[in-house]
Ligand binder design. Structure first.
Ligand code: HEC
Ligand code: HEC
Length: 245
């Protein structure tokens, strides 16, 4: 009894943290006008709510399917489906669900550039502003072919979010928020990619300009095909070393 209580507490704690961590920068995959969020849970429920896609090789495109069930007593409509990264595409069979009805949601994840354990969430919003979430877990294994790939984080389909947002940004803080935070985390303390807090100014300047030599961390300087000017790289490096521990 005691054990299961502890387990429940741990689960709730983990769940709350995962929710908080996933909150920033939603990508609106299909936005049908703005919806007032209610903060309530929708009766449109994903089935399952966590889907483990197992091990994949980097570069694979992974297709998955989950159901969305209407567990309520009235017809409800899916007005929005959002995922944080544009590498996830989502398409429901239908958006209108009568009481007790269900539909399939087709999901495709492009795993290029990913590695290790990756968690993606998709958030549904119904016509009343109520929401539901499904989590997709996958483990991306190194793929020697992806290492030699000609694709880049700055290519057409990735550019809108990983390149363009740097344009016109002047301060280190703004540049970091535009093109670094999604991998290196808030205040450069690390997330998907390592913490940047142990480097000095010239090391940062060098790595940001030239990259690390892998496609996971490409060269960001404009004369190497990246989005940042020398001036922006200097401002960014200065801001990172100014962060307090
Ligand atoms: C619409 C904006 C958008 C587009 C387009 C986009 N991304 Fe992202 N990407 C994000 C955001 C936001 C995050 C951080 C949140 C997350 O992990 O979903 C992210 C995270 C990542 C990460 C960190 C690992 C991870 O998945 O958590 C990698 C690698 C990545 N993107 C690669 C790509 C590649 C490669 C493309 C093009 C095929 C791409 N992204 C297209 C917005 C985008
Ligand atoms: C798509 C994810 C992604 C984005 C965006 C990204 N990085 Fe990285 N970065 C990585 C990964 C992954 C590594 C680890 C080294 C590797 O795999 O090549 C790394 C490594 C680094 C390193 C070396 C850290 C070390 O200790 O080895 C620095 C410095 C760095 N990045 C700075 C930045 C800055 C500044 C930005 C924004 C201009 C940025 N990165 C944007 C993924 C990313």
């Amino acid at each position: 009894m005691k054990k299961s209580l502890i387990l429940v507490c741990v689960c709730v704690f983990v769940w709350m943290n995962v929710e908080a961590w996933a909150a920033p920068m939603p990508y609106r995959v299909q936005n049908q006008g703005s919806v007032q969020l209610s903060g309530e849970k929708s009766t449109l429920i994903f089935d399952p709510q966590v889907l483990d896609l197992g091990k994949v090789l980097e570069g694979d495109k992974i297709s998955a399917q989950v159901l969305i069930r209407n567990t309520g007593k009235k017809t409800h409509q899916i007005v929005q489906l959002e995922s944080s990264c544009g590498c996830t595409s989502i398409e429901p069979d239908t958006r209108m669900l009568s009481a007790g009805g269900f539909t399939s949601l087709h999901i495709e994840i492009d795993s290029f550039g990913k590695r290790g354990d990756v968690k993606k969430s998709i958030v549904l919003t119904d016509e009343q502003g109520n929401q539901s979430t499904v989590w997709l877990h996958l483990h991306v294994a190194n793929n020697p072919h992806a290492m030699n790939s000609q694709r880049s984080l700055f290519d057409s389909s990735c550019k809108t979010c990983h390149f363009n947002p740097a344009q016109g940004k002047q301060t280190g803080r703004a540049i970091y928020a535009a093109v670094c935070v999604m991998c290196h985390g808030q205040n450069a303390t690390g997330d998907y990619a390592p913490s940047l807090r142990q480097h000095d100014f010239s090391a940062l300047q060098y790595i940001i300009s030239h990259g690390t030599g892998t496609h996971h961390m490409p060269a960001f300087s404009q004369n190497k095909g990246g989005p940042l000017s020398t001036r922006q790289i200097n401002a960014l490096s200065r801001w990172i070393i100014s962060l307090d521990d």
